[in-house]
Design a protein around this ligand. Structure first.
Ligand code: FAD
Length: 420
């Protein structure tokens, strides 16, 4: 459970830490990192701009790259119990006809499952042992390790010094500017979509997608229900979810009861969460005044279902490497983390961008060509680069050890020795 805690209390708790860490943003990446560091004996200060916990409760499907984070946190069983494996994935034609079904379980079996879980349930699992956070607080300036905390309306709250400041404030990050990254490189698709929940009509292990002519419909199982995503070009969404859902229904021949119920759920939701389908990538994660993590460093398009997975993996890698860091070696350990993790995240992001080129195209001819490709292209081929990442996770302990040794070989500080 996230526990609202005064900032002064969080600062007091970390006074004697070997590394004083500040995490700005209590989303998936920030919470994962905070909890892993806590488990390693640190007391990271965690703040979030939201006045209270009010995250949109959408669905997430997580690749097995995340599992070790839950193992390290001692909540892997809870994580598996709170989700449900998305064992199969079905792809339908733009008119609704089933074109192919692939087994995700077979594809990933050596590594684990593609686990469907709601965002709320995930945060509950991550914070099962308690997680202090100060809401209604952000950081608007950092100078020489000192962060200036402000309320969301800009009213100054206080200042404090840290050894490491982490911007984990999501895809529309303000910490990019605060920490010195500047504007990200972004793909703007001009599409958005609504997210809603539907009752699961009897196939809890099946995810389905329909890439239409000017719309996209996906359903993804979580425990006991289906997460629904219905999107299209921004101009086509202007009349609201019910009108758009109606127009989608008119453009397909066969949806079946499950997808029909999904479209109806979007139409019936008075205020479904609207997701803008853009991404973002900054060229460097380790910046003059701190570090970016998760969507703030690389925010994803939804095409490969991997953004949260990579955010959790990056947080886990960083936490494991920080186990071996103190102030003397911190800079080199952070550089080594970025060298190991950024290429992996960017490869996954490039895979999502490649799929987006197939998805966000309009026209019947395009839809027909896409279907011809997808009929031949298995999920294994479509997600090839991501599957390579799942199969080849680097060893953060070895990378951190190497970074430490390199620092000490270059300039051994008094009282330290390189590990052999
Ligand atoms: C509808 C939907 C479906 C998705 N499906 C999948 C999926 O199936 N699989 C998958 O792997 N990924 C999926 N993703 C992507 C995934 O949710 C993100 O990649 C993931 O949440 C990134 O985590 P994060 O911590 O970086 O950012 P977030 O989880 O967005 O957290 C950012 C946090 O920062 C806070 N914040 C924002 N601005 C400030 C500020 N200035 N100061 C302080 N705090 C601030 C926010 O309140 C929030 O708590 C989906 C995303 C959406 C929207």
């Amino acid at each position: 459970m996230l526990t609202e805690t005064p900032l002064a209390a969080q600062l007091a708790a970390q006074r004697d830490d070997r590394l004083r860490v500040l995490i700005v943003g209590a989303g998936i990446a920030g919470i994962t990192l905070a909890q892993l560091l806590r488990r390693d004996g640190l007391h990271p200060v965690l703040v979030d701009r939201m006045p209270v916990m009010e995250h949109p409760g959408y669905m997430l499907a997580l690749m097995p790259t995340v599992d070790q984070a839950f193992v390290d946190l001692g909540v892997h069983t809870e994580y598996r119990d709170a989700g449900t494996p998305m064992a199969r994935y079905a792809f339908r034609s733009h008119r609704g006809r089933l074109l192919r079904t692939d087994s995700m379980s077979e594809l990933l079996s050596v590594y684990g499952e593609y686990n469907g879980i709601s965002r709320g349930a995930l945060i509950e699992v991550l914070t099962a042992h308690g997680c202090p956070v100060t809401f209604g607080t952000t950081v608007d300036a950092v100078a020489e390790g000192t962060a200036r905390f402000v309320r969301p309306d800009g009213a100054p709250a206080s200042e404090a010094a840290f050894d490491l400041i982490i911007g984990a404030d999501g895809i529309r990050s303000r910490m990019r500017d605060v920490l010195g990254a500047g504007a990200p490189d972004a793909v703007e698709t001009g599409w958005s979509g609504w997210v809603a929940w539907a009752e699961d009509l009897g196939d809890p292990a099946l995810g389905e997608e329909l890439w239409g002519d000017g719309f996209f419909l996906g359903v993804y199982p979580v425990k006991d229900r289906l997460g629904v995503f219905l999107g299209g070009p921004d101009a086509a969404l202007a009349d609201g979810p019910a009108a758009f859902a109606g127009s989608v229904r008119n453009r397909v021949d066969e949806l079946g009861p499950r997808l029909s119920a999904a479209v109806a759920a979007v139409a019936a939701d008075p205020d479904p969460y609207l997701w803008r389908l853009d991404d973002a990538r900054v060229p460097r994660w380790v910046l003059p005044h701190g570090v970016l993590l998760g969507d703030a460093a690389a925010g994803f398009l939804p095409t490969a279902g991997i953004g949260a997975g990579m955010a959790i993996e990056s947080a886990w890698m960083l936490a494991r490497m920080l186990r071996q860091a103190d102030r003397a070696v911190l800079a080199d350990v952070l550089e080594a983390w970025e060298r190991a993790e950024r290429p992996r995240v960017e490869a996954a992001q490039s895979n999502s961008r490649m799929l987006a080129k197939l998805m966000f195209r309009r026209g019947r001819l395009v839809a027909w060509l896409r279907e011809t490709v997808m009929r031949m292209l298995s999920v294994r081929a479509a997600l090839g680069p991501i599957l390579k990442l799942v199969a080849s996770r680097p060893d953060p302990d070895a990378i951190a050890r190497e970074a430490r040794n390199a620092t000490f070989t270059a300039a051994p500080p008094a009282g330290h020795r390189a590990d052999t």
